[in-house]
Design a protein around this ligand. Structure first.
Ligand code: ADP
Ligand code: MG
Length: 344
C-alpha cells in the first residue's frame, strides 16, 4: 500500500499509533495484524505468555526489526520512514541485559550519552541526576559486574532516559528478580510516569505486574491481540466470583456442570475446574453435594474475585502457565525438527 503513513495523522493526545502491524519469521507469524494506540502519559502494559510476540512488537516499534506488514507512528514519526527520529524520541530497556560489565555505572551512562550526542556540557549533570533518581549515585564508580540484578535493571532504566525520550519501552522489566526488588522497580516505574510525565510501554508475563502498573492492558497471545482495556474493566467483564475446584475428576465435573443454571461459565484447566457464578458462597454446598453424589474427589475449593489470571483464561481458554508450557513444547519440537536453537 503506497503512502500508507501519509494517511495516518496522529491526534495530539496520542504517543503511539500501531496499524495492522505484522511480523513473520519464515512460516511463523510472531505478530499477527495488531492495531492499537497509546495515549501520552499512559503506562501501557503488554501482557502475554513467553513467545506471544511482545518483544518482537517492541523491536518493531523501536525500529530494530522491520515489519512484514503494517506500520506505526511513534511520537509522530513513522517506524518505516523516519527511523532515526523514532530512535531519538524513545528510550529502550531490552529484555536481555545490554550493560558493559567491565565499565562502571557512570561509564555505561556516559557511553550512551555520547552515542546519542548528549552535549558534554549537560551530560555529567544529567547522568548524576538520573543515577540519583534510581538510587545508584553512591555506586556510580563501581563496576557493573559487582551489581545485583535489580541494580542493573535500575541502571538500564536510567540509561534509557539520558537522551530525554518522550516514550520509554521496558521489555520484561522485572524478569527473574525477587519480589522485594520487583516492588522497588515498580515504584520507580510509577514515579517516572507521574513525576516526569513519561509515556511507558512495558511488556510482561506477570499478571501482578500488568495489574499494578498499567493504565491499560493489551493481552497478546500467539501474536494476536485478544483484548485491550483497563485492568478494572477487564476484570469486570468476567463479573461475579470465581470458584476454583481442584480435582482429579475435572472431566466428569465439567460434564455434570454443563447444564448448571446458576453458572455463568465453566472451564477445566491445569488439574482444576473453574466456575464463574454470582454469590459463590451460597453455591458451594450444592457443588459439594453434586461432587459427593457422583464420587468426584475434591482436593480444595477456593473462591475469589476475578483476577487478570481469570481474564486471561476467559479470553484464551488457557491459563498463562499452560500457554507457556505449550510454547516451550512447540519450541522443543521445533528444535528437534530444525536441529538448531531458536531465539526466545
Ligand atoms: N529472530 C527470530 N527468528 C525466528 N523466530 C523468532 C525470532 N524472534 C522471535 N521469534 C519467534 O517469534 C515468537 C515471538 O517471540 P517474542 O516476540 O520474543 O515473544 P515474547 O517476547 O512475547 O516472549 C516466538 O515463537 C519466537 O520463537
Ligand atoms: Mg520477550
Amino acid at each position: 500500500m503506497p503512502n500508507q503513513e501519509n494517511r495516518l495523522p496522529m491526534k495530539s493526545e496520542e504517543a503511539i499509533k500501531v496499524i495492522n502491524l505484522t511480523k513473520k519469521f519464515k512460516d511463523l507469524t510472531a505478530v499477527n495484524n495488531i492495531s492499537f494506540t497509546v495515549k501520552k502519559g499512559e503506562i501501557f502494559g503488554f501482557l502475554g505468555p513467553n513467545g506471544a510476540g511482545k518483544s518482537t512488537t517492541l523491536s518493531m516499534l523501536a525500529t530494530l526489526l522491520e515489519p512484514t506488514q503494517g506500520t506505526a507512528l511513534v511520537n509522530g514519526f513513522s517506524i518505516r520512514k523516519d527511523r532515526d527520529s523514532v530512535r531519538r524520541s524513545i528510550g529502550m530497556v531490552f529484555q536481555d541485559p545490554t550493560l558493559d560489565e567491565e565499565l562502571t555505572a557512570y561509564e555505561n551512562m556516559d557511553f550512551h550519552g555520547r552515542l546519542y550526542n548528549v552535549p558534554a556540557t549537560v551530560r555529567k549533570k544529567k547522568i548524576l541526576e538520573l543515577l540519583k533518581l534510581v538510587e545508584l549515585n553512591e555506586r556510580k564508580d563501581s563496576l557493573v559486574k559487582t551489581f545485583s540484578g535489580g541494580m542493573r535493571r535500575r541502571l538500564e532504566i536510567a540509561r534509557g532516559l539520558l537522551h530525554e525520550p518522550k516514550v520509554l519501552f521496558l521489555d520484561e522489566p522485572t524478569l527473574g528478580l525477587d519480589p522485594q526488588t520487583r516492588n522497588k522497580l515498580w515504584e520507580y516505574i510509577k514515579r517516572l510516569n507521574t513525576e516526569k510525565g513519561l509515556t511507558i510501554i512495558l511488556t510482561t508475563h506477570y499478571m501482578d505486574e500488568a495489574d499494578k502498573l498499567s493504565d491499560r492492558i493489551a493481552i497478546i497471545d500467539n501474536g494476536k491481540m485478544i483484548i485491550l482495556d483497563t485492568p478494572e474493566n477487564l476484570k469486570n467483564m468476567i463479573g461475579g466470583e470465581i470458584i476454583t475446584v481442584e480435582t482429579p475428576n475435572g472431566d466428569k465435573l465439567e460434564s455434570l456442570m454443563k447444564n448448571c443454571k446458576w453458572c455463568k461459565s465453566g472451564k477445566r484447566h491445569d488439574g482444576s475446574f473453574t466456575l464463574t457464578v454470582d454469590h459463590a458462597d451460597k453455591k458451594i454446598p450444592e457443588l459439594v453435594q453434586i461432587a459427593n453424589k457422583n464420587k468426584i474427589k475434591i482436593n480444595s475449593i477456593v473462591i475469589h474475585k476475578p483476577s487478570l489470571e481469570d481474564v486471561f483464561l476467559h479470553f484464551t481458554g488457557k491459563t498463562i502457565r499452560e500457554q507457556e508450557a505449550g510454547a516451550i513444547e512447540n519450541l522443543r519440537q521445533g528444535r528437534r525438527m530444525h536441529g538448531r536453537m531458536r531465539r526466545r
